[in-house]
Design a protein around this ligand. Structure first.
Ligand SMILES: [Ca+2]
Length: 331
């Protein structure tokens, strides 16, 4: 029966090959798991040196494993080039404007109080809240500790994420939030204004004086923390972010970009006008740059120093322009 023997031999080969595959995948899983565990062990020593108590380390880090979804999302960055108008359609929607106006009215007393104390008008606080988390509706469902540990272990920006993880554990140690509720984006941005742990320590405020800087659920803490971020980053109280403008046909391309700064008088003289064609208001001494995120011919903004402050929050001109436009539309 040579035929039967051949079949048996083929089956045996297939089985052996299958066993080989199983072993190979088990080995590679064990290897990466080992290296994550080894990394966690190293990290624990480092975190203890930085003042994190053993109990916090054990509670937060025992049993965690790398979150592959986080790595996948990290490798996808930066997202494909979307035009600014497409981005704006997604970020500054009619619904978001409507909701923002309602929330601005609802929280007006506390927003105005905080606005006066920090020198940041309420509409900017609400605009950042709307864009960062849809006014708290979408703060990200990832465990901050797990995300940061995954990104630190994975290694593309190890030092940065290791530092952020130590700070996240300090936040837990300070009882600002429970481990269970410490949720955020896949990259570790936390709460309703999406602060990284380092921003939390630089800017978060316990406005209601309950001993916790609660940027996850306390409105006063959230608003004051946002205002404090802008204020400490150099917000100028009596100035706006910038404004939409139009430029004359054939306007020189060399005039665009944040590196070119001119006084408002110079821009006016160069033919920069309000969208309706009216003259731009000129405040002596104020300098501005011309930004067209989709290039000359697309939407164009004359941006002031406060625009550069928003860029410290997020370096994207798409983001900063959207925050400015949403803030304007809330009034
Ligand atoms: Ca508080």
């Amino acid at each position: 029966m040579p035929g039967r023997f051949a079949i048996r031999r083929r089956s045996l080969c297939a089985i052996l090959f299958f066993i080989f595959l199983l072993n190979a995948s088990a080995a590679s899983a064990a290897e990466s798991k080992m290296s994550f565990e080894a990394w966690i062990d190293d990290f624990k020593v480092r975190a203890q040196t930085a003042g994190i108590q053993e109990q916090i380390l054990n509670e937060a880090l025992s049993g965690i494993s790398p979150n592959m979804r986080v790595i996948e999302l990290d490798r996808k960055q930066p997202e494909g080039k979307k035009t600014f108008s497409a981005y704006l359609d997604l970020v500054v929607t009619g619904k978001r404007i409507q909701k923002g106006r309602a929330l601005l009215a609802e929280h007006r007393p506390i927003l105005e109080k905080i606005g006066r104390e920090y020198g940041v008008p309420p509409q900017y606080i609400v605009a950042l809240w709307g864009i960062e988390s849809s006014y708290g509706a979408n703060t990200g469902g990832f465990s901050v500790v797990e995300s940061l540990a995954t990104l630190a272990w994975e290694g593309r920006r190890r030092d940065f994420f290791t530092g952020e993880l130590v700070k996240a554990l300090k936040i837990l140690q300070g009882n600002h939030i429970s481990l269970e509720n410490m949720k955020g984006s896949w990259a570790g941005a936390m709460g309703q204004n999406q602060f990284m742990p380092s921003s939390f320590f630089n800017f978060a405020v316990d406005y209601n004086h309950d001993g916790r800087r609660d940027i996850w659920s306390d409105k006063a803490d959230i608003f004051a923390s946002t205002a404090n971020y802008l204020s400490k980053s150099g917000w100028i109280p009596d100035e706006r972010w910038g404004r939409s403008v139009q430029v004359p046909a054939g306007f020189s391309k060399t005039m665009y970009g944040l590196d070119t700064r001119k006084t408002l008088g110079e821009w006016s003289q160069a033919g920069v006008r309000l969208p309706g064609g009216g003259k731009i208001p000129v405040v002596s001494g104020m300098e501005a740059s011309l930004v067209a995120p989709d290039g000359p011919g697309g939407r164009t903004f004359l941006v002031y120093d406060n625009y550069r402050v928003i860029l410290k929050w997020n370096r994207s001109v798409y983001f900063a322009s959207a925050v400015g436009l949403l803030a304007d539309s809330l009034l």
